[in-house]
Design a binder for this molecule. Structure first.
Ligand code: ZN
Length: 206
């Protein structure tokens, strides 16, 4: 197909985004077209041009922080360069979305280390791909007192936490893992067995 229909092409490209099926992609494409007509008529900012510009800008300007691998536009991210952060604690997360989720709790004020994935040997993601030895290097050079393993409570997340825990065993750093168990407002009878089992075995003094 040398010259594909531009509408079909847009639907195809939008459909490559996660969580966007063909129907949603089509709805978005038609919205963009309608907005373009409306913006010309009512002198509104053109969504298509603005969106295209923002997309190009984000991939051209955003890179990984050289300390923690968070997304940023300079050599280091705003968390690593913030002198008010607690430099004793390092929180290891699988992705930037996890970092943002923890940040929005407002409870943790330390540094992060973003892995951009979790160990998945069958998919070819091993310790080298995640650069896990960087964590050991950071702990040694920055003298963190605690490393919080905040990887997901999945098989891959647990395996990743276990691997990092073993990697740091030779250091004096305190290694902790996010607690998992009964969610706030959760009723025990509706919990799945694995979650309830974990909550029981990780019970705390009261
Ligand atoms: Zn950083």
């Amino acid at each position: 197909m040398a010259n594909p229909d531009p509408i079909e092409k847009l639907i195809l490209e939008l459909g490559r985004l996660p969580g966007i099926g063909e129907r949603t992609a089509a709805r978005l494409a038609f919205f963009v077209l309608k907005q373009a007509r409306d913006s010309a008529r009512f002198d509104l900012p053109p969504l298509a041009q603005d969106l295209a510009g923002a997309l190009v800008e984000v991939v051209e300007q955003v890179r990984l922080c050289e300390d923690c691998q968070n997304l940023c536009t300079g050599p280091k991210c705003s968390i690593c360069t913030d002198a008010r952060r607690d430099t004793r604690a390092l929180c290891v997360v699988e992705g930037v979305a996890d970092l943002r989720a923890i940040e929005s709790c407002g409870v943790f004020r330390g540094h992060y280390h973003v892995l951009h994935g979790s160990l998945a040997p069958l998919d070819g993601v091993g310790p080298e791909e995640l650069k896990l030895s960087d964590i050991l290097e950071r702990v040694r050079s920055q003298h963190y007192e605690e490393v919080i393993l905040a990887t997901n409570a999945t098989v891959e997340g647990d395996a990743t936490a276990l691997y990092i825990g073993r990697l740091l065993r030779g250091t004096s750093v305190r290694i902790t893992r996010l607690a998992s168990g009964v969610p706030l407002g959760g009723e025990l009878e509706y919990l799945d067995h694995a979650t309830l089992g974990r909550a029981l075995s990780a019970r705390q003094s009261f």
